[in-house]
Write a protein that binds this ligand. Structure first.
Ligand SMILES: Nc1nc2c([nH]c(=O)n2[C@H]2C[C@H](O)[C@@H](COP(=O)(O)OP(=O)(O)OP(=O)(O)O)O2)c(=O)[nH]1
Length: 128
């Protein structure tokens, strides 16, 4: 299963979202996004998911390295894109909370395990 997620940048910060109590991986933090559906591109998936989950308009600009993560019941391939903000105000449709995180704060969140390599790659890229 492929999951596409957004590292949405604005004013030097990155949007991070907390999963709800009733979701899989409850209360852990993630980059917003969701499952790739049949017939759509990765970029189309991201644009759709951020509109559906947060009522935001975004533009994917740079694909980072996919992460393959195995858990007992399934394997996901998590594919990150750095995205630019294109409009809208955040409404939490599915998530419990959101924060605009500074880069230095990113290591401090309780992340979904699959996201940890993405946080590291992003920080390495930005500190480059
Ligand atoms: N959107 C997103 N999902 C992530 C991340 N890291 C991570 O392990 N995931 C997992 C959690 C979800 O099981 C799955 C994304 O699916 P989803 O958000 O569209 O759907 P869902 O909660 O209904 O998932 P599910 O219970 O049907 O598996 O990928 C991340 O950074 N962003």
């Amino acid at each position: 299963m492929k999951v596409i997620c957004a590292l949405l940048e604005q004013h030097g910060r990155v949007l991070v979202t907390q999963r709800s109590e009733n979701m899989r991986e409850p209360l852990l933090w993630e980059f917003p996004g969701g499952k790739l559906e049949a017939g759509e591109s990765e970029q189309e998936c991201l644009v759709r998911e951020l509109r559906e989950e947060l009522t935001l308009s975004v533009e994917p600009v740079l694909r980072l390295s996919p992460v393959v993560h195995h858990s007992p019941d399934r394997t996901i391939e998590l594919i990150p894109y750095i995205c630019m903000y294109h409009g809208g105000a955040i409404q939490l449709i599915e998530h419990r909370a959101y924060q605009w995180a500074k880069q230095d704060e990113l290591p401090n969140y309780a992340w979904c395990p699959a996201d940890l390599p993405i946080v590291q790659e992003y920080l390495a890229l930005k500190r480059g």
